[in-house]
Design a protein around this ligand. Structure first.
Ligand SMILES: Cc1ncc(COP(=O)(O)O)c(C=O)c1O
Length: 349
């Protein structure tokens, strides 16, 4: 086994960034003593052209990562005493950024069986103080999506004072046909804030670039919080170059799909329950407590995401990696499960 750990814990792109991005970064290293452009206009123009579907630069805001965008959204929308709805288990940054503004976080758990959003329950949880409803789409850690029909019901039934935050940082991996087109919804004037990131399929987690797509009036409010120099030059150049290499995106998506199929097949063979995922990761259930299994895999150089961070004491989220990493993970898991069954059988005697 290699000494470098297999990183299957953060849903990164195991192929790394596109070679075109690395070339662009190298070209710009010589200019690092220069200030970057004051704003992100060039990148927003490029993004608007790429998005199509009526998205203009006025529908776009770029940020120092998706996580920073979530923080800015909370700062713009929330004040002490406001409420937000999250649908757990889900990405913890929604709760963290909302509570930091003094908002009350109301959890409307996803369906226990298939982790779909319970739209009726969300509607029941809405009060006059509700400002935001956060949707992971696809959701981290479950890999489930919010369907076109469910989004339409939410648009129809939520009061105008409530804005949907549709976190779509994994959208490139989605294959289900009932996935909504939220950027088009934003252009059509729906009350939605769509979040994208360059950390996932583009393989640029280390640089920190996020994108918000929303109605121009919402974008203007976010833009008021813009820094003087909005993003660094490497961030802006790398993001623009990354959009320009959609072959790399397609290769990365195909690799994740093959990885997920390998994981599904092996989980089936091992009798391990898992959930079909529209992201580049899979959540599975384990008879060994999640923290213990995570630690035992880490001892073998395999890093995975324990579900305990999401309140799932017997589930683990594993990213789809390169074939070698997937195989290393699966053979270690099989061995640990065999040991566990033997221990249980011995103790039961
Ligand atoms: C659902 C979800 N949203 C947002 C992010 C934030 O991505 P970043 O801050 O790297 O852009 C992540 C990262 O893991 C995520 O899983």
């Amino acid at each position: 086994m290699s000494n470098t750990p297999y990183r299957l814990h953060y849903n990164e792109n195991p192929l790394g960034p596109s070679p075109l991005v690395l070339d662009r970064i190298r070209t710009h290293l010589a200019g690092l003593s220069f200030y970057p452009p004051r704003d992100d206009e060039a990148l927003r123009n490029r993004l608007a052209e790429f998005c199509g579907r009526g998205v203009t630069p006025a529908h776009l805001f770029t940020s120092y990562s998706g996580s920073e965008a979530l923080d800015l959204i909370a700062r713009v929308f929330l004040a002490p005493g406001d409420e937000v709805i999250v649908c757990g288990p889900t990405f913890h940054v929604y709760e963290r950024t909302a509570s930091r503004q003094g908002a009350k976080v109301v959890d409307v758990p996803l369906d226990h069986e298939d982790y779909s959003v319970r739209v009726d329950a969300v509607m029941e949880a809405v009060t006059a103080r509700t400002r935001l409803v956060y949707l992971g789409n696809p959701n981290n850690p479950t890999g489930s999506i919010v369907t076109r029909d469910d989004m339409d019901r939410l648009y129809r039934d939520l009061p105008g004072s409530v804005t949907l935050v549709s976190d779509e940082v994994y959208h490139q991996f989605v294959t289900r046909p009932d996935y909504p087109d939220s950027p088009a919804d934003a252009v059509a004037g729906r009350n939605v804030i769509v979040l994208h990131s360059f950390s996932k399929v583009y393989g640029l987690a280390g640089l920190r670039v996020g994108v918000v797509i929303s109605r121009p009036d919402i974008i203007e409010r976010l833009a008021e919080l813009r820094r003087t120099f909005h993003l660094g030059s490497l961030e802006m150049e790398a993001a623009a170059a990354a959009i320009g290499d959609q072959d790399h995106v397609a290769q990365s998506v195909a690799l994740a799909e093959r990885g997920k199929q390998t994981l599904y097949a092996a989980f089936d063979r091992l009798g391990v329950a898992c959930w079909p995922s529209e992201g580049n990761f899979v959540l599975f259930r384990t008879p060994v407590p999640a923290d213990e299994l995570t630690a035992r895999l880490a001892e073998r150089g395999i890093l995975v995401g324990s579900g305990s961070r999401f309140g799932l004491t017997h589930s683990i989220r594993v990213s789809a990696g390169l074939p070698e990493a997937n195989e290393a993970f699966l053979s270690a898991l099989e061995q640990i499960l065999i040991d566990h069954r033997q221990t249980v059988a011995t103790e039961g005697r």
